[in-house]
Design a protein around this ligand. Structure first.
Ligand code: ATP
Length: 434
């Protein structure tokens, strides 16, 4: 396992303000992470790109934003109260708990006891128990009479409970999709691998409603598999680092007829970050919902789902973009995802005319994009910092700028520089950021 690379990413995320441990000043809260100034921008850019591809550019998908807290009957009907479980085992020596289906984690734990066990003896585990992942909360104002609710374990149900609302309030006709982005919560047995498995995370999901036949199911399943893997590649993830993996019968979620994951080759092994599921009519029939087509025919649509994790994809975008070169560390993030698109520097911080010219450029560019400002240290150090932040371009205002109204633009990936007229700077950058 290339743990080293993960450690470097975690350190870079803290150093540059991408991601911090949750509640850090009070010793943290296991399985939670806070996104800092750069991380919040990167996350927003991923979400914006997803929304653009899945909603804005399509005629057949609409977006919703459902409540996190839902009537508990939703979770009973969806099957989550009964079946949203992971198998939990406990080490009989130290009582630490793990997921029985994560063999690698069990083996790693067994190694920690090896030295203290008599020869020939092995770590013993308790029999696996079903552990429900839903996080409970209590609502109401009278102590003792509060109602128990569940923070949503998947954002999916918000699309189903609003199925009739969406059909009656918009012009969608089957086949059509409902897209949503939002937080989900799971009482994970073993949160870990940085933001890969946390207890609070964000999902980007499409629920695509189709006619209930095997042929339609297969057609749309293949369609969405390809759409989704192409999306990640178009945003720069290397093809050879991506693969599909079919779910085995014993690992499929309770709602899925058929499922495949999109996996990334992370330093800790091939890992899921989006699931494509054929949910059949599981959800709509459990909620007692149906659809009437233009000919008056009533049926229960099937659902093809593309359920991606924003935090996991963010981690994989970072890992994929991370490059160590001779004298620098550079995040070669796709320009559409980069937190800052450009950084503006006055060559010298103590020359009033350079600073005011640079400031003007900075404020003009801010109208169109996120711009970083840096006037500390020397230019080399500023480049170094922006490379680690993944900023695709750096603009320097120097003495020549005051005379001929041009600036130097330095490209993050090639480190090459060219001079561009200040008047043409916005257009130059907007073209390059496409
Ligand atoms: P795993 O098998 O890793 O627990 P899952 O199959 O339960 O994941 P899904 O229920 O299919 O995951 O959720 C869809 C997506 O939501 C996942 O592909 C992942 O990107 C994201 N996700 C799920 N659980 C977590 C988590 N604990 N932390 C971060 N992201 C998560």
């Amino acid at each position: 396992m290339n743990v080293n690379k993960m450690e470097k990413i975690v350190a870079l995320c803290k150093r540059r303000g991408f991601i911090y441990p949750g509640s850090e000043i009070y010793g943290g809260l296991t399985g939670t992470w806070d996104y800092g100034p750069l991380g919040a921008l990167l996350k927003k850019n991923i979400k914006d790109q997803w929304w653009k591809a899945m909603v804005q550019l399509r005629d057949d998908v609409v977006g919703v934003d459902a409540a996190i807290m839902m009537n508990s009957t939703v979770w009973e009907r969806s099957g989550h109260l009964e079946a949203f479980t992971d198998p939990l085992v406990e080490c009989k020596i130290c009582h630490q708990r793990f997921r029985a289906d994560k063999k690698q984690d069990l083996e790693m734990h067994e190694k920690t006891h090896k030295e203290n066990l008599p020869a020939g003896r092995q770590v013993e585990w308790t029999a696996p128990q079903k552990f429900n992942l839903l996080v409970k909360a209590y609502l109401g104002i009278i102590e003792g009479q509060q109602s128990e609710i569940f923070l949503r374990g998947e954002i999916t149900q918000g699309a189903f409970v609003n199925f009739e609302n969406v059909v009656s309030s918009t012009r969608v006709k089957i086949p059509f999709g409902v897209a949503q982005i939002g937080k989900a919560f799971r009482n994970e047995i073993t949160p870990g691998n940085f933001i890969f498995r946390s207890r609070e995370f964000e999902q980007m999901e499409l629920e695509f409603f189709i006619k209930p036949t095997e042929a339609e199911g297969d057609k749309w399943f293949e369609y969405w598999k390809n759409e989704r893997i192409n999306w990640y590649q178009a945003l720069g993830i290397k093809k050879e680092k991506l693969r599909f993996r079919k779910h085995r019968d014993d690992e499929r979620a309770h709602y899925a007829k058929f499922a495949e994951d999109i996996e990334y080759e992370a330093p800790f092994g091939w890992s899921e970050f989006e699931g494509i599921h054929n949910r059949g009519d599981w959800d709509l029939s459990r909620h007692g919902l149906s659809y009437v087509d233009d000919d008056g025919k009533k049926f229960t649509p099937w659902v093809i789902e593309a359920s991606g994790g924003i935090d996991r994809s963010l981690l994989f975008f970072l890992l994929d973009a991370y490059h160590e070169e001779e004298k620098r560390v550079v995040l070669k993030l796709h320009p559409k995802l980069a937190p800052y698109k450009v950084a503006v520097f006055p060559l010298l911080a103590n020359k009033e005319n350079l600073v005011s010219e640079a400031r003007k450029i900075y404020q003009t560019l801010q109208q169109d994009m996120m711009v970083a400002w840096d006037d500390r240290g020397n230019i080399g150090k500023r480049y170094f910092a922006q490379d680690e932040a993944g900023t695709p371009f750096c603009v320097t205002v120097d003495f020549q700028s005051l005379e001929d109204k041009t600036v130097t633009i330095r490209d993050r990936d090639t480190a090459k520089q060219e001079r561009v007229e200040i008047a043409k700077l916005s257009k130059y950058l907007l073209d390059k950021l496409q």
